[in-house]
Design a protein around this ligand. Structure first.
Ligand code: DQA
Length: 138
């Protein structure tokens, strides 16, 4: 069975409540159930943290074992050299995901430290971005 790890960064625990006009009305927990139903052949694990170092720890913990990682690092996308270095250090391919189209938003969201070290990026398709990222591993 293929193992795929989803990692969400800061404030993504508030999906469904947080700026619904940007991020939608659905919680990630409820969306995750939909993904698990849709991809029964995949062992899908989920981790969320608001703490940068915990995201680095998780990448190191699973990054030599799983077949793929789907990462939405939230605002750390635009600031974190530590997360970029962790992605460089592991063997699992990482797909960078964003719910919103960051290029339609503030210019400080146009820079990503992660894109260059990720296998690919899926940006701006709402929660469906995660499904598309899973499809890319199939
Ligand atoms: C986000 C975009 C980031 O700029 C923002 O800080 C987030 C969410 C997205 O999924 O659209 O927290 O990563």
């Amino acid at each position: 069975m293929k193992r795929i790890q989803i990692i969400n960064g800061p404030n993504l625990n508030l999906l469904g409540k947080r700026e619904p006009s940007v991020y939608g009305n659905q919680s990630f927990e409820s969306y995750l159930e939909e993904l698990k139903t849709r991809f029964p052949e995949i062992e899908l694990s989920y981790f969320q943290s608001n703490v940068e170092g915990e995201l680095v720890n998780k990448l190191q913990e699973v990054g030599f074992d799983v077949e793929g990682i789907i990462m939405n690092a939230g605002a750390y996308t635009h600031t974190s050299i530590a997360i970029a270095d962790a992605i460089r250090s592991i063997t699992a391919p990482v797909i960078e995901v964003h719910i919103s189209n960051v290029y339609q938003r503030e210019s400080y969201r146009h820079q990503s430290y992660l894109s260059a070290v990720c296998k690919g990026c899926i940006i701006g398709f709402g929660l469906d971005s995660y499904r598309l990222a899973i499809e890319s591993f199939l």
